[in-house]
Design a protein around this ligand. Structure first.
Ligand code: UDX
Ligand code: ADP
Length: 463
């Protein structure tokens, strides 16, 4: 079977870039990305390409080329489902904030709504592809909804987890380490898997396209994210020990990274990992393990999140302690708010939690981030419900000018590793700050020696 029409439900950080790359690489396939969020779709269709709602290096060029040719963005979900042979589900699956599994399990209500909508609209056989990160055995639930509420048409469910990292999404999609496709093990299952393999084979080497059963595929995604997050928590745990013993965590990371069994990537100590996936996926894993009575397995993985929370809190405490045990009324400038560089995504960003802790200490926070809007920063804080919106508004100020934002600050905290921070005129920044002028480098990106020479009190992570 050759796929001619693809529909993707969900025009977010996963659906948007993934479909842009499929459309760009497969001009013969019509790709329609739908979303219930009208403002988001409007932004994807904006004539000024720089207004598309997701910032990813290289994405604008791909969208510019494919949009209107074979890539379309629409709010007409039903029409797109009806026309497609293959439907990707890329809706959000946040951690549940209520009821059973609160704070741990993934909230599957958006997924279920999609499945029900597909079932009610479909008049021809469909291949449904899970793209969102999902707990193991979700495919089974989707299949059950489709088979029991549909009008007799046949559905094949595939799991095709997304491994792209934000900030490098386009490169990750164009040159993936691997593409994983899980599906049914009968003839129809194989046919569906093959249909998706043929889509990717337009630009990915066939040796890099792995096919498995659907549960292995679902669990592989959670496992990959758990292992990656565990590496960050492991190096962050060592960073605290380094600070006590006089070792330098960058030197330790370099030394262990040269061991080919360990590898050098993903060993940067930081103020803590963020992003929509790591914490959610691990909590999900913990929930699944507990639900099977595997308490040791659950506790083992939960520790990765506990360590990450500790690292964020420790950064805030360190600022307070260093500033003579009080930040009340002091201006603390945050450079960066996004959870990593080259994205405007702020979900679970360490900056939010560090700001919250410092606001509790009555600090005045000033923020500069090259890609995050002031409304987003305020809404991230409001979402925590620690204090009223008015109080957050009073405690936080956002400035579009990196030099202005540092003026009269007692301390600067680097929360995101944006490259531009390294190139600033740090002498000029120093001259306009309160003295002693402190820099807390939560990403170890600045030249500490140079900053000390200028006169800063410079504190990195794990050194
Ligand atoms: C992650 C996975 O990498 C990706 O495969 C999956 O599809 C989605 O989740 P993402 O969250 O977009 O991707 O970014 P990633 O590069 O993994 O970074 C996650 C967090 O870890 C960021 O906050 C980053 O700053 C932090 N990190 C990463 C570190 O603190 N140190 C490191 O060495 C690496
Ligand atoms: P991700 O990082 O997983 O892509 P996002 O939150 O960026 O998550 O994107 C998910 C998108 O899915 C949102 O734009 C949301 O409006 C959309 N969405 C959620 N449920 C539905 C639905 N039933 N139909 C269409 N779009 C949906």
């Amino acid at each position: 079977m050759k796929v001619k029409n693809i529909c993707c439900i969900g025009a977010g950080y996963v659906g948007g870039p993934t479909m842009a790359v499929i459309a760009y690489k497969c001009p013969d396939i019509k790709v329609t990305v739908v979303d219930v969020n009208e403002a988001r779709i409007k932004a994807w269709n904006d004539e000024d390409i720089s207004n598309i709602p997701i910032y990813e290096p290289g994405l604008e060029d791909l969208v510019a080329e494919a949009r209107g040719r074979n890539l379309f963005f629409s709010t007409d979900v039903e029409k797109a489902i009806d026309e497609a042979e293959m439907i990707f589900i890329s809706v959000n699956t946040p951690t549940k904030t209520y009821g059973l599994g609160k704070g741990k399990a993934a909230d599957l209500k958006y997924i279920e709504l999609c499945a029900r909508q597909i079932a009610s609209v479909a008049k021809t056989d469909k291949i449904v592809v899970e793209k969102s990160t999902l707990p193991v055995r979700t495919a089974e639930a989707i299949k059950s909804i489709l088979d029991n509420t549909g009008n007799g048409v046949k559905f094949e469910i595939l799991s095709n987890p997304e491994f792209l990292a934000e900030g490098t999404a386009v490169q990750d999609l164009l040159n993936p380490d691997r593409v994983l496709i899980g599906g049914g093990t009968d003839e129809d299952g194989f046919a569906a898997i093959n249909a998706l393999v043929e889509v990717y084979a337009n630009w990915v080497d066939r040796e890099k396209i792995l096919t498995t059963n659907v549960w292995s595929s679902e669990l592989s995604k959670l496992t990959a994210n758990a292992f990656l997050a565990q590496r960050v928590s492991s190096i962050n745990a060592m960073s605290e020990l380094c600070e006590k013993t006089g070792a330098d965590v960058s030197e330790v990371a370099r030394a262990i990274g040269m061991d080919s069994r360990i590898g050098s990537k993903f060993l940067k100590a930081s103020v803590g990992f963020g992003g929509s996936c790591f914490q959610k996926d691990i909590l999900n894993l913990v929930y699944i393990a507990k639900s099977y009575g595997l308490h040791e397995v659950a506790d083992y993985w939960e520790q990765v999140v506990i360590m990450n929370d500790h690292q964020k809190r420790r950064f805030a405490v360190n600022i307070v302690k260093t500033l003579y045990n009080t930040v009340s009324g002091k201006k603390i400038t945050f450079l960066g708010w996004a959870f990593k560089k080259d994205t405007n995504d702020t979900r679970e960003s360490a900056a939010i939690y560090v700001a919250d802790d410092l606001l509790n200490e009555q600090a005045n926070i000033a923020v500069y981030d090259p890609k995050v809007s002031d409304q987003k920063i305020l809404s991230d804080l409001n979402y925590l419900e620690t204090r009223s919106e008015a109080e957050n508004r009073e405690g936080i100020e956002v400035n579009q000018d990196p030099y202005e934002v540092c003026k009269d600050a007692h301390a600067i905290a680097v929360l995101t590793e944006w490259d531009e921070f390294k190139g600033y005129d740090w002498q000029k920044i120093y001259d306009n700050m309160k003295k002693p002028a402190f820099v807390f480098d939560g990403r170890n990106i600045l030249d500490g020696e140079e900053l000390r020479r200028i006169g800063f009190v410079y504190k990195g992570i794990g050194r």
